[in-house]
Design a binder for this molecule. Structure first.
Ligand code: SAH
Length: 240
């Protein structure tokens, strides 16, 4: 609540500032959400131990407010997931940053995301590498994310409407795979499509319970997995 009031107050202050200094503002300020993102990164992400410069830079740059529905604008930078319609959510900023850091994506590498949702995680990845593939099962969300990403200039992200359980064979293998919906088991096709030495970050567990965020690594043909932390994601649904 306190957080929300603070966010609202900041937006109001920015709005007043723009009105008062309407003509001069384009000379020295980018956009009113920049400082909300700076605070989000500092207090929610860096303070919890995320250190990767490319991840922190991406989280500062991608306009998170563009990825939440208008009625949740005041919640866009808060420390929790936000509804995006169709019973789905955009993940909490810290979880997006943590998963991106764990995936350890380098410039030029190929990454697959399962669960496009708003397109936010894909946009973060695309600030780090040019090869981002993302799959969403809900047709409406797929179309909205495609339109949003195009409008914001994320033209290189390739989005498809399908069941991500099967991965995307055509573009495999991937250096990293990020799954942003909770699976009851690690989908074998995703293990298959992970490059040797690659990393998959995936929440595993029962839907609507607490799940384990897991890091799965493929080395010398073998799979090693470890638990990172308890999380709560919407379920990976099947059947497209
Ligand atoms: N990464 C998103 C948030 C994901 S919420 C963002 O940045 O906004 C999880 C998403 O996974 C939802 O949009 C849901 O529809 C999608 N999803 C669930 N099961 C799926 C499946 N089998 N294949 C692809 N997408 C799936």
């Amino acid at each position: 609540m306190k957080n929300r009031l603070l966010t609202l107050r900041r937006i109001q202050t920015s709005a007043r500032f723009i009105i008062a200094f309407g003509l001069t503002i384009p000379l020295f300020s980018q956009e009113p959400f920049q400082h909300l993102r700076e605070d989000m990164v500092k207090y929610q992400i860096e303070d919890r131990g995320v250190t990767s410069k490319s991840v922190l830079d991406a989280m500062r740059k991608v306009p998170r407010h563009e990825f939440v529905p208008g009625k949740y604008l005041a919640d866009a930078h808060n420390d929790h997931p936000v509804p995006i319609g169709y019973g789905q959510t955009i993940s909490q900023p810290y979880i997006v940053a943590l998963m991106t850091e764990l995936a350890d994506v380098q410039k030029g590498e190929k990454v697959l995301e399962i669960g496009t949702g708003s397109g936010y995680q894909a946009a973060i990845l695309s600030e780090i590498t040019d090869s981002v593939y993302t799959i969403e099962i809900i047709t409406e969300l797929t179309n909205e994310a495609k339109e949003r990403l195009r409008r914001l200039g994320y033209n290189k992200i390739v989005v498809k409407n399908a069941d991500g359980y099967y991965g995307w064979k055509e573009y495999a293998p991937f250096d990293a795979i990020i799954v942003t919906a909770a699976a009851e088991h690690i989908p074998p096709p995703l293990i298959e499509q992970l490059k040797e030495g690659g990393k998959m970050i995936i929440p595993v567990g029962h839907p609507f319970h607490v799940q384990n965020l897991m890091m799965v690594e493929k080395q010398a043909g073998k799979i090693r997995s470890k638990n990172i932390l308890p999380v709560r994601f919407v379920p990976l649904v099947r059947g497209k």
